[in-house]
Design a protein around this ligand. Structure first.
Ligand SMILES: [Zn+2]
Length: 86
């Protein structure tokens, strides 16, 4: 859907791209939804902003993580890179 701009579920040709997905913080402020947050006393380190492609025909939604190749795998608890099995 990201490349073809056509919905794979219903074949609709109008896709809404949303560059940032809203998430609500503890104090009811709105922040971008991310894959992982490291909370430090002076700030939060946010990793992996999510982006959405939404079919305007049926609502099917694909999520992608921006700059996925740059995510620090060793800083995300439990994260590991999976590769095709031989
Ligand atoms: Zn659709």
């Amino acid at each position: 859907m990201r490349r073809t701009h056509t919905c794979p579920k219903c074949n609709h040709g109008e896709i809404l791209f949303v560059p940032q997905i809203a998430d609500r913080d503890d104090d009811d402020t709105v922040r971008p939804l991310v894959v992982h947050v490291v909370h430090l006393d002076y700030k939060d380190l946010e990793m992996g902003s999510l982006q959405a492609y939404i079919c305007r025909g049926c609502g099917f939604t694909e999520l992608y993580t921006k700059d996925a190749a740059q995510l620090p795998v060793d800083k995300i608890p439990g994260a590991k890179i999976l590769k095709p099995k031989a």
